[in-house]
Write a protein that binds this ligand. Structure first.
Ligand code: M6R
Length: 608
C-alpha cells in the first residue's frame, strides 16, 4: 500500500507534493520520490527511506516545475532502495503506482522482446514502458494510456506525467483508491482526500475501473470502457477527512471496496512477490516441523476465518488443527500439547473471550501467536509472534476487510507451514504464491457484481429466513454469510455444510426459503450440485454463487446465478467472501437498516 500524489499547480509544486506525501506516509515509507517537468523535461528526485530523506535531497537539488507527481513507497516488488523508488520513468513519461500489477512478468518479457530495457525490479516499471510503447507508435498520451490500461491485471492506482506536457496529468484506478481534488485553476490527484486537504476540499472520487484526464481547468473522467462519465465533486468537511466514507453511504461499503487494496497490502508482508516465495517476517520464531497440532481460538467472523484456515493447514501442511469459539475454549480446560502452537485471530485484538484463551494457552506453556489488525492491541502485546493484518481501521461493526485480510495472512502461514513440513515443492509454492498475487485483481472484478447483487437484495429483503450452504472452505463462508445477513439486516439466517442438509434442515425448504449456495467449480462441486438438486426438487429458491463453469454444470436453473471470476479453488474463499458481504450489505440498506451500527452490537467485545 503506497501513497500517490499529482499536482497541476500555478507555482513550483515540489513542496506541495511532499506535503501531501507526508499525509500519506502512513501508507508506506520505504522510499519516496517526486518528478516534475523542468522546462518541459522530466526530472526526478528520489530517496531511500523516510520522506525526510527526500526533503533533504530536494533542499540540495530543488525542483521548480509547476506540475508534478509523487510517491511514498511500501515495497512489494524489489528492494526498498533508490533504484526501485517511484516515480519510474522513460524518456517520455513518469509514473507513480499504488498496488500490484499481477501480470508484470509476462508484460516485461513482451516489452523486453520489443527492445525496452528495464532498470528496476519493480512491477511498476512495466507500466512506464507499456505506455511509452504506445507513444512510440504515435499515439497521444491520452490514447496511449487508454490503450495500455486494459493490458494490466491486478489492483492499482496510477498517476502519469508526460515529457513536454505542462498541462496534463492522467490518473487511473482499479482496486486501489484515487481522489481528484479540484482547485482554482489547479488540479490534484491523491490516494485519499486527506492528502489533498491543505489544497482543496472539493473532491471527486474515481470509481472502479475509471481513469481521468486532468488539465488545470478541467477533469474528464472515463469509465473502464473508455466512455466519458460524470463523477460529481463534493465538498468534504475538514473533520470528516480523518475517517472519511469517500463516495460510499456507509463505512461498511467503503470497507468492502477497500479489500483489493488491503488484501494486497497484507499479502506483501508475507510474500516475496518477485521471487514467488512465502517469507514470514517471524519465520525463525515458529518451528512448524515439531508441531503435532495447531490450536486456534477466535470469535465471530474471526472464528470463521480460522475455520477456513483449518482446511488449508490440514490439506496443504498436513498439520492437524483444533479450533474452537473462544467462549467455549476458555472453559473447556482443553489439554494442549507440550510446546504446542496456539493461534488467536482477532480484528480488534481486544475481544475478551479470545484474550482469556490466549492467557490460558500461555499458562499451558504454548507458543502464543496472534493475527490482529490493531498492532498496539493487548493480544499483539501479549503474543510471542504477531502476524498483523493491514486492513486499516475497520469502522463498520460488521467485519469485512478484517476478515479477508485475516484469510490472506492465514493462507501465507499455511503455505509456510506446508513448505517447512516438506509437503510443498518450490514449484507448487510458486504456483500458490502466483494465485495469491492474483487475488486483489479478482476481488476488484468481483466488486463489479454489485448492481446484480442490489437487485437480488430486494428479493432477499422479503424473506423471513435464509439458508446458506457450502462444502469445504465454502462451508465456513456459508456460516459467515449467515452471520453477516443476521447482524445487519436482522433476517434470520443459518449456514450449513451442504452435505448436512438431508440430516435435518431440508425440512425447512419450501417456496419461501431462499437458499444461497456458495459453490466455486472445485473438486466438491458435483457433490454440492446434487444437494442443490435436492433443494430444487422441494421447490426451494436457489441463489447460486459460482463461476461460469459451475453455472454451466449445475444441472438446475437457479432463481439467480452470481457468476464470479475464475479463481484457483484453494484460496477461492478470499474472493467469494465479497458477494457474501455485498448481499448482506445491500439487503440491510434496502431495508433501511443502519449497516454500520446494527442494533445490540459493538465493534470490540471486551466483556464476557
Ligand atoms: O475483534 P474480533 O475479531 O476479535 O471480533 C470478533 C467478533 O466479535 C466479530 O468478528 C463479530 O462477529 C463481527 N461483528 C462480525 O461481523
Amino acid at each position: 500500500m503506497c501513497g500517490i500524489v499529482g499536482i497541476l499547480g500555478k507555482e513550483a509544486v515540489a513542496t506541495q507534493v511532499v506535503e501531501a506525501l507526508r499525509r500519506l506516509e502512513y501508507r508506506g515509507y520505504d522510499s519516496a520520490g517526486v518528478a516534475t517537468l523542468e522546462n518541459g523535461l522530466l526530472t526526478r528526485r528520489r530517496a531511500e527511506g523516510k520522506l525526510r530523506n527526500l526533503e533533504i535531497r530536494l533542499s540540495n537539488e530543488p525542483l521548480e516545475g509547476l506540475i508534478g507527481i509523487g510517491h511514498t513507497r511500501w515495497a512489494t516488488h524489489g528492494k526498498p532502495n533508490e533504484t526501485n523508488a517511484h516515480p519510474h520513468a522513460t524518456a517520455k513519461l513518469a509514473v507513480v503506482h499504488n498496488g500490484i500489477i499481477e501480470n508484470f512478468r509476462e508484460l516485461r518479457a513482451e516489452l523486453q522482446s520489443d527492445g525496452y530495457v528495464f532498470a528496476t525490479e519493480t512491477d511498476t516499471e512495466i507500466v512506464a514502458h507499456l505506455v511509452t510503447r504506445e507513444l512510440d507508435r504515435g499515439k497521444s498520451p491520452t490514447d496511449a494510456v487508454a490503450a495500455s490500461l486494459p493490458r494490466l491485471r491486478g489492483a492499482f492506482a496510477l498517476a502519469f506525467l508526460f515529457q513536454g506536457e505542462e498541462d496534463l496529468l492522467i490518473g487511473a484506478r482499479k482496486g486501489s483508491p484515487l481522489a481528484v481534488g479540484i482547485g482554482d485553476g489547479e488540479m490534484y490527484l491523491g490516494s485519499d482526500a486527506l492528502a489533498l486537504a491543505p489544497f482543496t476540499n472539493l473532491i471527486a472520487y474515481l470509481e472502479e475501473g475509471d481513469w481521468v484526464v486532468l488539465h488545470r481547468k478541467s477533469a474528464t473522467f472515463y469509465d473502464k470502457a473508455n466512455n466519458p462519465v460524470e463523477r460529481r465533486a463534493q465538498r468534504v468537511a475538514a473533520g470528516a477527512l480523518l475517517v472519511e466514507k469517500g463516495n460510499h453511504r456507509h463505512f461498511m461499503a467503503k470497507e468492502i471496496y477497500e479489500q483489493p487494496e488491503v488484501v494486497g497490502h497484507t499479502l506483501t508482508q508475507y510474500l516475496d512477490m518477485a521471487a514467488g516465495r512465502v517469507r514470514l517476517p517471524f519465520a525463525d520464531k515458529i518451528d512448524w516441523t515439531s508441531l503435532s497440532r495447531l490450536s486456534i481460538a477466535a470469535c465471530g467472523t474471526s472464528y470463521y476465518a480460522g475455520l477456513i484456515a483449518k482446511y488449508w493447514f490440514e490439506r496443504l501442511a498436513r498439520l492437524p488443527v483444533e479450533i474452537d469459539v473462544a467462549s467455549e475454549f476458555r472453559y473447556r480446560e482443553a489439554p494442549l500439547p507440550d510446546n504446542g502452537l496456539a493461534l488467536f485471530i482477532s480484528q480488534s485484538g481486544e475481544t475478551a473471550d479470545t484474550l482469556a484463551c490466549l492467557r490460558y494457552a500461555r499458562q499451558e506453556r504454548q507458543v502464543i501467536s496472534a493475527i490482529v489488525n490493531v498492532a498496539t492491541s493487548t493480544m499483539a502485546r501479549e503474543s510471542d509472534v504477531v502476524a498483523p493484518t493491514l486492513a486499516g481501521p475497520e469502522i463498520g461493526v460488521a467485519s469485512t476487510k478484517g476478515f479477508t485480510c485475516q484469510l490472506a495472512a492465514l493462507a501465507c502461514l499455511a503455505l509456510a507451514a506446508a513448505r517447512a513440513r516438506g509437503h510443498l515443492s518450490a514449484e507448487d509454492e510458486a504456483r500458490h504464491v502466483q494465485n495469491l498475487i492474483a487475488l486483489p485483481g479478482l476481488m476488484a472484478n468481483a466488486l463489479a457484481l454489485e448492481p446484480q447483487i442490489e437487485k437480488l437484495a430486494r428479493e432477499l429483503s422479503k424473506a423471513k429466513d435464509v439458508l446458506y450452504l457450502g462444502r469445504g472452505t465454502s462451508f465456513p463462508l456459508a456460516l459467515e454469510g449467515a452471520l453477516k445477513l443476521k447482524e445487519i439486516s436482522y433476517i434470520h439466517a443459518e449456514g450449513y455444510p451442504a452435505g448436512e442438509l438431508k440430516h435435518g434442515p431440508i425440512a425447512l425448504i419450501d417456496e419461501a426459503m431462499p437458499v444461497i449456495v456458495v459453490a466455486p467449480h472445485d473438486a466438491l462441486f458435483e457433490k454440492t450440485a446434487s444437494n442443490m438438486q435436492e433443494v430444487a426438487a422441494r421447490g426451494g429458491r436457489i441463489i447460486l454463487i459460482t463461476n461460469a463453469k459451475g453455472a454451466a454444470e449445475c444441472g438446475i436453473e437457479p432463481e439467480t446465478t452470481i457468476i464470479m471470476p475464475d479463481v484457483d479453488p484453494t484460496f477461492a474463499a478470499i474472493v467469494y467472501a465479497l458477494p457474501i458481504q455485498m448481499i448482506a450489505y445491500q439487503t440491510a440498506v434496502f431495508m433501511g437498516k443502519d449497516a454500520d451500527q446494527p442494533r445490540n452490537l459493538a465493534k470490540s467485545v471486551t466483556v464476557e
